[in-house]
Ligand binder design. Structure first.
Ligand SMILES: *Cc1c(COP(=O)(O)O)cnc(C)c1O
Length: 428
């Protein structure tokens, strides 16, 4: 495969950006080699700067559930764009997107639009603290919630710990308010509440943890989190930046039928533009400025072009059988790949829910971050490179999930299974 142009662009980019990129995982560090520079996308396919074509399962890390350059989204965006791209004043489009969401999602009564998932989560945490008057938060090892200070905290040793910062530049004073425990562990959560219960403002969880492998939790565990937060007058935040509008229009809350106090969205909600949101009951949302005392604002919040993209994309998601078709295609792909894997020496299992899948070189049902064998990532590195050679683009890390979208055709799925079968030869 000729990658001359991508390599030239990457060499140039190294002069401009740390690591040559504007978001770290794009740098291909965990799979080795250099990133492909993407020139265009259409449907489920992308083309790099050298003209190589790939079937894409990264989907911009999740937002593009309809595929690239979707005609319906583009049409709506261009209609709106020519009337001006930002006003810093309300537009009808914000009402339209909010109405579309609220009238089809029983877990949200009021919503606030922001510009990224990070911002949505950061604001939700502030709201939980403002509403409860408590200061600590409890998060789980293996869940990602964006890059705000309080959430860049990883577990220390021990069952219940104040974490260690997972980034330089996060002050200890902030870390000391974040408790980190393992997923799928009721004892750890119970102990944390016994110890700090009266000061825990919220539990935050990805109800479908999909940023560090796909660590599917039992419904019973999520219900336990719902119950214990109620008991201690603490809030439950579902970070649905990935799972929202992905496993169903009502996200994981609807999938498991568990009502969180606050939900955060991002990715799909913006139709490929930078949008995030957080929502809750009217009562909880009444604490947000200018109604309430919790301050949160944004120059480009509710941006009309981004709202237009969100409206167009979410309207498609509401069509009959949209999610069923995605899940059917995902099952077909996952079963096909699994059947093509005949290597008896290295275990291999694809985990999936809805249209999200994750490749693990293990036979186990992995439910916690600690259960992932980091050494198995050497197999993913080989697989990733071989798949690129065979025209399939996965996100460049074995800890990342893949996404199926409406644009993936039968032919794409069959070609992908064949590409995997060929790529598996390098593992043998
Ligand atoms: C992607 C993601 C975020 C961060 O969103 P950005 O738009 O990248 O800031 C937060 N939480 C979850 C669950 C995510 O998947």
């Amino acid at each position: 495969m000729n990658r001359t142009k991508s390599n030239e662009l990457y060499t140039e980019a190294l002069n401009y950006f740390p690591g040559g990129v504007n978001s770290p995982v794009r740098a291909f560090r965990s799979v080795g080699g250099t990133p492909l520079f993407i020139k265009k996308g259409k449907g489920a396919h992308i083309w790099d700067a050298d003209g190589n074509e790939f079937i894409d399962y990264c989907a911009s890390w999740g937002p593009l559930i309809l595929g690239h350059a979707n005609d319906t989204v583009l049409k709506k965006v261009s209609e709106v764009m020519y009337n001006g791209t930002s006003f810093g004043a309300p537009t009808e489009l914000e009402n339209e997107l909010a109405k579309l969401i609220i009238s089809n999602n029983k877990y949200v009564e009021k919503i606030r639009f922001v510009s990224s998932g990070t911002e949505a989560v950061m604001s939700a945490i502030r709201l939980a603290r403002g509403y409860t008057g408590k200061s600590k938060i409890l998060k789980f090892e293996g869940c990602y919630h964006g890059h705000s200070d309080s959430l860049l905290v990883k577990a220390g040793s021990g069952l219940v710990t104040f974490g260690n910062s997972s980034s330089a530049g996060v002050p200890e004073s902030v870390v000391n308010d974040t408790i980190v425990v393992s997923l799928n562990n009721k004892d750890a959560v119970t102990k944390a509440f016994e110890q700090f219960g009266n000061d825990i403002a919220c539990i935050i969880i990805e109800p479908i943890p999909a940023n560090n492998g796909l660590l599917l939790q039992d419904k019973d565990y999520l219900q336990f989190l719902r119950d214990i937060t109620k008991q201690y007058k603490s809030l439950l935040i579902f970070d649905e930046v990935i799972s929202g509008f992905r496993v169903g229009f009502e996200g994981a809350a609807g999938y498991y039928e568990i009502t969180p106090d606050i939900v955060t969205y991002g990715k799909i909600i913006g139709g490929g533009f930078p949008v995030g949101a957080y929502g809750a009951s009217k009562e909880i949302m009444s604490n947000i400025s200018p109604d309430g005392a919790v301050y949160q604002a944004g120059t480009l919040s509710g941006n009309p072009v981004a709202m237009a993209a969100g409206i167009a994309q979410l309207s498609e998601c509401l069509k009959p059988n949209f999610y069923k078709n995605l899940a059917d295609k995902t099952k077909q792909l996952v079963d096909g790949i699994q059947a093509a894997y005949t290597n008896k020496n290295i275990p291999f299992k694809i985990h999936a829910i809805g249209s999200i899948f994750w490749i693990a070189f293990s036979n186990d049902n992995i439910k916690t971050a600690e259960a992932i064998d980091s050494d198995s990532m050497k197999h993913f590195r080989l697989l990733h490179a071989a798949l690129l050679e065979n025209g399939v683009y996965l996100g460049p890390s074995g800890y990342e999930v893949g996404f199926i979208g409406e644009a993936h055709t039968q032919q794409d799925l069959e070609k992908t299974i064949a590409a995997f079968a060929k790529a598996f030869e390098v593992l043998a």
